[in-house]
Ligand binder design. Structure first.
Ligand code: SME
Length: 160
């Protein structure tokens, strides 16, 4: 992680990013446009982000998540629901923080450099799961409760 960034600074950065995202997507109702904006702004705001993007629920294949807008190296196209960190977040509808992806049973290594990650479920206002937001770092143990709060807040504001 950015060694210079304290928890207070990180919290402030999330608040600033949330405002920037809200300003850019204001009035835009297309889901892909909103997701592209969220992944782009987040990815460039934090040094500990290595891969940042969405996996969407695919109505044509209910057992799988399919790649959505993202930033970073080439992502896997599909992830079975309940497999990997993304699948677990989708199946449980709970944010997953993994300090060491190599110690996570069923982890899907789209890029061997990924070491730790956080995955936040994306729910509509009516509680329907539409996607997950996956953020990976190329160093271990880079995501904490400040990331969880910041990301959950942004996801709720943008998609609920
Ligand atoms: N690490 C994820 C797979 C997706 S990518 O790393 C882009 C997982 O295990 O769910």
């Amino acid at each position: 992680m950015d060694e210079m960034m304290t928890a207070v600074e990180k919290k402030q950065r999330y608040a600033d990013v949330a405002k920037e995202i809200a300003a850019v997507i204001d009035g835009e109702d297309n889901l892909i446009a909103r997701m592209a904006t969220v992944s782009n702004i987040l990815h460039h705001a934090f040094e500990h982000y290595f891969w940042t993007g969405f996996y969407l629920v695919d109505p044509n294949r209910p057992g799988e998540l399919v790649i959505g807008p993202y930033q970073g190296s080439l992502g896997c196209l599909r992830i079975p629901v309940e497999k990997g960190v993304c699948g677990t977040a989708a199946a449980t509808r709970q944010t997953q923080i993994v300090d060491d992806v190599h110690a996570f049973a069923g982890h899907i290594a789209c890029d061997a450099r990924a070491q730790s990650e956080i995955v936040v479920p994306v729910l509509t206002a009516s509680g329907e799961l539409i996607a997950v937001l996956d953020v990976d770092s190329d160093q271990k143990a880079q995501f904490d409760e400040t990331d969880r709060e910041g990301l959950e807040c942004i996801i709720k504001a943008c998609f609920s």
